[in-house]
Write a protein that binds this ligand. Structure first.
Ligand code: CO
Length: 220
């Protein structure tokens, strides 16, 4: 990047901030003043890092209303200390009422996981999506259209990540002491902006014990 381009890019970012500051300064509702004293979001959003799927805009929520964790392909990996720390803070301290795992159709991470190419260090992250593929290989292999196959894996991946969250000690311990924690799986249609509910909501660990294979997801 040459100096001119660097200066212009940096100025653009700072100019954008000035616009935001004007909005904060001219706000008459007092919400920003209130936010300076703390946050009480009711939603934890776990979404893809993709620039097209911003949590607040998609849910029509203002600053202070959504606690956010994003990574490539909205994964909830049990050994990911980053995700676990966000989850614990959101569930235990902020006492959020809804956790939304949000995938999106046409996800680049899921598309890459479906290919057999090497992309670099991300391949080790994509392995977790390949695991989801392996779990649902029969269904996915029966889909001939590549785009359709990717989008179905996007949906199945969301459902698996919801189960991953449900099986954490953090969520199960919260369910022991309160009834108002729901975990939802959703998918965004980026062509319309629609947030589609996948009807995979869990509100207690009892919901997990439907079949023998799912019993193992519950600690007690
Ligand atoms: Co994505």
């Amino acid at each position: 990047m040459d100096q001119k381009e660097l200066k212009k890019g940096l100025q653009n970012i700072l100019d954008g901030n000035k616009e935001w500051m004007d909005l904060v300064k001219n706000d008459t509702t007092g919400r920003f003043e209130q936010l300076a004293h703390g946050q009480h979001p009711e939603i934890l959003w776990i979404g893809c890092a993709d620039s097209r799927v911003p949590a607040n805009e998609l849910t029509g929520r203002r600053p202070g209303e959504v606690f956010v964790h994003r990574n490539i392909a909205n994964m909830c990996i049990h050994a990911d200390m980053n995700m676990l720390s966000v989850l614990d803070y959101a569930v235990t301290v902020l006492q959020v009422k809804h956790i939304i795992v949000a995938g999106h159709y046409g996800c680049g991470g899921v598309t890459a996981a479906l290919s057999r190419e090497q992309f670099g260090i991300i391949d080790n992250w994509l392995c977790h999506i390949k695991d989801v593929y392996r779990l649902h290989a029969q269904e996915l292999n029966s889909i001939k259209d590549e785009k359709e196959k990717i989008n179905r894996l996007v949906e199945l991946n969301v459902k698996e990540q919801v189960l991953n969250l449900c099986s954490t000690s953090i969520v199960q311990n919260a369910w022991q002491v309160r009834k108002n924690l729901a975990i939802h799986g959703m998918v965004i249609d980026i062509t319309t902006g629609e947030l589609i509910d996948l009807n995979t909501t869990y509100t207690s660990k009892d919901g997990l014990i439907k079949g023998k294979s799912e019993q193992i997801l519950s600690f007690r």
